[in-house]
Design a binder for this molecule. Structure first.
Ligand SMILES: [Zn+2]
Ligand SMILES: [Zn+2]
Length: 158
């Protein structure tokens, strides 16, 4: 993630939003009959507090509150779990992860990615029906659609 841009947001996410996201995640986890383990909780918290895309490498190095790094498999397993519950998404073109901003049930997410400040806003491109119809024409049975749109966010002059 590029942070060299002068428009990069400096204020962290609101504490109330962080608390709400964490409690929602814990509920979602319980409803799925899964355990909200310490690594899952910590990785999710790091994503929520970052307020934007985070590289797995930064999750590994920032894992321990005492500055100790985590073992990479711990982080990747936690990320896989969070993705499976729809609590986090992988942004392929950035090779980074982001906490779900929609607080919706499991879904494939699309993003507006700013090339200037590196922010990624989850959005609904509203093209799913058209894309699916086109896929059918190709004899393809679609299960998910995810768009990653690049450009400039409103803070950066979009
Ligand atoms: Zn989402
Ligand atoms: Zn921007």
């Amino acid at each position: 993630m590029s942070t060299a841009c002068a428009h990069a947001r400096s204020e962290p996410p609101a504490p109330a939003w962080v608390r709400q996201s964490l409690s929602l995640a814990e509920t979602r986890c319980a409803e799925a009959g899964q355990r909200w383990t310490r690594p899952r909780q910590r990785v999710f918290e790091l994503l929520v507090r970052a307020g934007g895309p985070v590289k797995a490498y930064d999750l590994i190095s920032g894992f321990g509150q005492d500055g100790a790094a985590a073992k990479p498999p711990t982080i990747y397993r936690a990320l896989e779990f969070l993705e499976g519950l729809g609590l986090a998404h992988r942004i392929a073109s950035l090779n980074a992860y982001v906490a779900c901003q929609a607080q919706a049930p499991v879904h494939s997410a699309s993003f507006l990615i700013c090339d200037c400040c590196g922010s990624a806003e989850e959005f609904d491109p509203k093209v799913e029906a058209a894309a699916e119809a086109e896929a059918v024409r190709h004899g393809f049975r679609a299960t998910a659609l995810a768009l990653e749109m690049r450009g400039l966010c409103r803070d950066c002059g979009g």
